[in-house]
Design a protein around this ligand. Structure first.
Ligand code: ASP
Length: 326
């Protein structure tokens, strides 16, 4: 009897050990393509397929990095580059037009492990602004470079410049005419971003945008502002935002979610909801965030009609969603 019991105990501990050894550290990825490049009323099944295909492609690019043991920084950059290269979103190719009919792009990236960060604002000739933001982080002593200086730095770093025509799409041109005709001041839609947790437990966030249609005077939004549209800190969370940037800057959205978690001991879901569904709503800030915490939990609240987004959770399950209630 005693020997049987001992054998059983030994077997149980072996099984337990095997389980512990088999348990891989969690990885997770979430991306967004903005708080609604297309309103629900204009969405058709065919168009939806196109958006979903590019969102899936971006998820796959980032997830492949994480799955093979790569860094969250590489994953968010890979996902964002896919979305920048897609004409459907307001970042890289397909960026919206300024009042003067030009394109001025903003982007940022942040490493949750070291709190290193890089960002660029108002660049006009950079195909993938997220990669330039990364170069600012890794190859310059600065965090944020703007305008012509950022492009001079890009040339020094071996980036090739593209002409403004590269960013052109008919849809975004028509949108500028619409916004001007309706005497609307600006319109925001379609910024892209990604957040990730890698096997080493490191968080990263990246965001890229053409900003707002009809923007003037070298307006810069929240996306390249560290702590507002983009923030990552291994202590708690990585956040990438999309929405009406002025409100997201004033609400310091990314850092506020972090603070509610790190100092306020809230869960990711509580903190992200508090900021997006309560604090932002109170001041009229439309939009949302994608966020992942240090345990691989994901929260993607948005207070707008839609937010093009998707994620791969800890269990490897892939989801792509667009409108409220999906
Ligand atoms: N947040 C961006 C900005 O204000 C716009 C957007 O997310 O669509 O520049």
């Amino acid at each position: 009897m005693k020997t049987q019991l001992a054998a059983l105990v030994a077997l149980c501990s072996l099984t337990l050990l095997a389980h512990v050894q088999a348990a891989e550290p969690p990885i997770a990825l979430a991306i967004h393509g903005g708080a609604g490049p297309l309103p629900k009323a204009q969405m058709t099944p065919d168009k939806r397929k196109l958006y979903e295909a590019d969102l899936n492609k971006a998820l796959q690019a980032g997830y492949a990095v994480l799955k093979s043991g790569g860094r969250s920084l590489d994953a968010v950059e890979a996902s964002v580059k896919v979305l920048e290269d897609s004409p459907l979103f307001n970042a890289g190719k397909g960026s919206v037009f300024t009042y003067e009919g030009a394109h001025e792009l903003d982007a940022a990236i942040m490493d949750g492990k070291t709190l290193a960060a890089g960002s660029v604002a108002g660049v006009r000739h950079i195909k993938n602004p997220v990669s330039l933001a990364r170069a600012v982080m890794e190859k310059s002593p600065h965090v944020m470079l703007a305008g012509a200086g950022a492009e001079e730095f890009a040339l020094q770093q071996g980036f090739s410049l593209v002409s403004q025509d590269y960013f052109y799409t008919q849809e975004k041109w028509d949108l500028l005419q619409e916004v001007k005709a309706e005497a609307r001041k600006t319109s925001h839609k379609g910024t892209v971003g990604a957040v990730a947790l890698d096997k080493a437990g490191n968080l990263a966030a990246a965001t890229s945008t053409g900003g707002m249609t009809n923007k003037r005077w070298n307006r810069v939004g929240d996306s390249p502002i560290i702590g507002a549209g983009t923030y990552a800190n291994n202590q708690a969370v990585a956040v990438s935002a999309t929405g009406h940037g002025e409100f997201f800057i004033r609400s310091v959205v990314g850092h506020d979610i972090f603070a509610l978690m790190a100092y306020g001991k809230q869960s990711l879901q509580q903190a992200a909801n508090e900021v997006v569904m309560n604090k932002l709503v109170k001041i009229g800030g439309e939009g949302g965030v994608v966020s992942v915490d240090k345990d691989g939990n994901i929260a993607t609240p948005f207070n707008s009609e839609g937010m093009y987004h998707g994620w791969v959770d800890k269990a490897g399950k892939v989801q792509v969603k667009i409108y409220q209630g999906e």
